[in-house]
Ligand binder design. Structure first.
Ligand SMILES: [Mn+2]
Length: 307
C-alpha cells in the first residue's frame, strides 16, 4: 500500500538553553536564496512530479495558555499542555492511517509525539514499538535542575520524579525499547541511569569501532526481529557540530551528513516505520544554509528518496 505522510509543525522552542520566538518550522518551509531549497517547494516537487502523498498540516500552535505558563516560569505545565495538543494531532494522523513527520521545536516535543505513538500502537493495539533516539545527548536527565529539552526520555520513561510528572504506565516508553545512536555528551546521572536501566547505546565509540553501516545493520536486525513498529526521534545535534552548528547545543565528533541520510532512509524504508521527529534545528543560527539543505534531505529520505 502506498504510504501517506503528514508534516506537523511543532514550533515550541521555550524549554532549551537557547530559546527563540522565531517559527523554526517556517524557517525550513521558506525558500532560501542561499541554497534554493525550501520544504514547502520540495513537498510540491514530490507531490506533483513524483506522485508522493505528502500533506503539510501546518503547526500545532503555542496557545496563550501555554505562553502564560512559560511567562510565569511554570515550564512543566507549559510542556504538559503543549505535548497534549501535539499528541491529539498525531493521534488524528495515526487514525487516518498516515505517517506523521513532526518538525520541532526543541526535543521536549517528543513527549507529545511519543505519547501519541504509544497510545495508538502500544496501548490500543498491544504492539511493540521501538524508539530510535538519534542525539548527541541522552535526554534522560532526571534531576530537577537544567532544561526540560534535556529530559524528554526521562519523562516518557517515568524517571523524572518531580513536579507531578507521571506518564500512564501503558503510555510509558520502556528502557529496553530505546536505541540510542550518536550519543557523546552525558551528565553523570544520565550515564548512571543508562547503565542502571541497561539501555542500548550505540554511542560514538561503538560507531567508530564497528563502522556506521554495521551499526545500522545491527539495529535493523534487532528491529525486524523484536518489534512491530519503529519510531524515529532525530535531534539535529546528533550531526557533527564541527560543520552543523545551527542549534542550541552543537557538539563536534558526531554523524556525517551521509551517515545521517543513510540511517534515516534505512529506518524509514522499513514497513515497521510509523513516524519521526526532527528537532532542535534553529534556522536563525544557520549561517550558510547548509544545515537547512541537509534537514530537507533528511525529511526527503523519510518519504523514500535518498539523493
Ligand atoms: Mn535531544
Amino acid at each position: 500500500m502506498k504510504k501517506g505522510f503528514d508534516i506537523i509543525g511543532a514550533p515550541f522552542n521555550q524549554l532549551g538553553c537557547v530559546t527563540t520566538e522565531q517559527n523554526t518550522v517556517d524557517g525550513l518551509r521558506e525558500m532560501d536564496e542561499r541554497s534554493w531549497v525550501g520544504l514547502t517547494d520540495w513537498v510540491q516537487v514530490r507531490t506533483q512530479r513524483w506522485a508522493s502523498d505528502i500533506v503539510d498540516l501546518g503547526d500545532v500552535v503555542v496557545t496563550a495558555e501555554v505562553k502564560n505558563f512559560i511567562d510565569n516560569g511554570d515550564k512543566d505545565k507549559a510542556l504538559y499542555n503543549y505535548a497534549n495538543d501535539l499528541k491529539s494531532t498525531l493521534l488524528n494522523s495515526y487514525q487516518n492511517n498516515r505517517i506523521p513527520i513532526t518538525i520541532g521545536g526543541d526535543h521536549s516535543i517528543a513527549v507529545g509525539t511519543l505519547q501519541a505513538t504509544m497510545e495508538f500502537y502500544q496501548k490500543e493495539q498491544g504492539k511493540k514499538v521501538a524508539v530510535v533516539w538519534v542525539d548527541a545527548h541522552a535526554d534522560i536527565n532526571n534531576s530537577l535542575d537544567s532544561n526540560l529539552h534535556g529530559k524528554p526520555l526521562a519523562l516518557l520513561m517515568n524517571q523524572y520524579h518531580h513536579n507531578e510528572w507521571n506518564i500512564p504506565t501503558d503510555l510509558e516508553v520502556k528502557p529496553e525499547d530505546v536505541y540510542y545512536i550518536g550519543v557523546r555528551d552525558l551528565m553523570r546521572n544520565e550515564f548512571d541511569l543508562i547503565n542502571e536501566l541497561n539501555i542500548t547505546n550505540y554511542d560514538m565509540p561503538f560507531i567508530e569501532k564497528h563502522g556506521f553501516n554495521t551499526v545500522v545493520e545491527i539495529l535493523i536486525a534487532k528491529l525486524e526481529q523484536d518489534y512491530d513498529h519503529v519510531y524515529l526521534s532525530f535531534d539535529y545535534d546528533a550531526l557533527d557540530g564541527s560543520i552543523f552548528r545551527a542549534c542550541a547545543t552543537p557538539n563536534v565528533g558526531g554523524l556525517t551528513a551521509r551517515e545521517a541520510l543513510h540511517l534515516v532512509h534505512t529506518i524509514s524504508s522499513s514497513p515497521k516505520f510509523v513516524g519521526a521527529d526532527f528537532v532542535e534545528y534553529m534556522p536563525e543560527l544557520d549561517e550558510n544554509g547548509v544545515s537547512k539543505e541537509l534537514m530537507i534531505k533528511l525529511i526527503d529520505a523519510v518519504w523514500g528518496f535518498r539523493a
